[in-house]
Design a protein around this ligand. Structure first.
Ligand SMILES: Nc1nc2c(ncn2[C@@H]2O[C@H](COP(=O)(O)OP(=O)(O)OP(=O)(O)O)[C@@H](O)[C@H]2O)c(=O)[nH]1
Ligand SMILES: [Mg+2]
Length: 249
């Protein structure tokens, strides 16, 4: 519970049996979190079992992909506030509080993994990945200069928090099944005239298991291209759903 609002944590998982239990346990220590939803996305290992043993509610999504899993998780979660994180231990549970604190002044709070002082040794955020994210984020920012003038330095940070109301507003606007879902969600929130801000979060080395999106240069390039196309599409040919009014405050 955070200021009378219930909080759900959503974790997409694809074959993360090595790390999921520790991630669930770490986030269970955050007093504000009321439920933890792990999305089993056709895992071929014991991810679901481990997550359940650690105290999470496990839901399944058969449509493959990071975006599909996050969408399912947010739909199934019951909290007034939704926090998204990864199953690989790369984000620190203690940062949840920072996201929640900023949610007092925004509809969606994005983490950024490109603040060098907060990227821990061994984290998968080398020079190319960091600057690639910064450039893509600046491009997104430029496209949305009017009317929102957002400020972003990352387009791929899963760790974020949003109100349920914001999720309902962006839900008809998002469709990407893979990692391009991350910037698509940012664009959708801007399109729905929601207030989106970004704050630095600690970024750690994967605690175990295998990277799915950014383990090789070709994988990173493919993800970057999909994200770039998605950002262009969301600005130039957005889905035909009426943008919702800005949240009164
Ligand atoms: N449900 C689902 N989850 C996925 C899929 N691919 C990745 N994930 C999850 O999404 C999160 C991000 O995937 P990662 O492999 O960590 O990708 P990354 O963060 O870009 O790369 P590293 O952290 O450096 O390994 C993790 O929690 C994965 O388990 C997928 O196809 N389906
Ligand atoms: Mg990761």
């Amino acid at each position: 519970m955070y200021r009378d609002r219930t909080v759900s944590l959503v974790i997409p998982a694809y074959n993360e049996e090595e790390t999921i239990a520790d991630v669930v346990t770490e986030f269970r220590s955050v007093p504000h979190i009321d439920e933890i939803v792990v999305v089993d996305n056709n895992c071929r290992d014991r991810t679901a079992e481990r997550a359940r043993e650690a105290g999470a509610r496990v839901v399944t999504e058969s449509k493959p992909g990071y975006g599909s899993a996050l969408l399912r998780g947010m739909t199934e979660a019951v909290g007034d506030i939704l926090v998204l994180t990864e199953a690989d231990g790369s984000f620190a549970a203690r940062d949840t509080e920072k996201l929640l604190a900023y949610l007092n002044d925004a509809d969606m709070v994005m983490g950024t993994r490109t603040t060098r002082q907060m990227v821990e040794q061994g984290a998968n955020m080398d020079f190319l990945l960091r600057w690639g994210n910064v450039f893509m984020a600046k491009y997104l920012q430029l496209l949305w200069l009017r009317p929102s003038e957002p400020r972003f330095t990352d387009v791929g940070c899963t760790f974020r928090a949003l109100s349920r109301d914001t999720f309902e507003a962006i839900r008809p606007l998002v469709q990407m099944p893979g990692p391009a879902f991350s910037p698509e969600m940012m664009c959708a929130a801007l399109r729905a005239r929601r207030r989106v801000i970004e704050i630095p979060v600690t970024y750690r080395q994967r605690a175990g298991g295998e990277s799915k999106h950014s383990d090789s240069f070709s994988r990173q390039a493919r993800t970057a291209w999909a994200m770039f196309k998605t950002i262009c599409r969301m600005r130039i040919w957005p889905p035909r759903t009426a943008a919702t009014a800005p949240t009164p405050r």
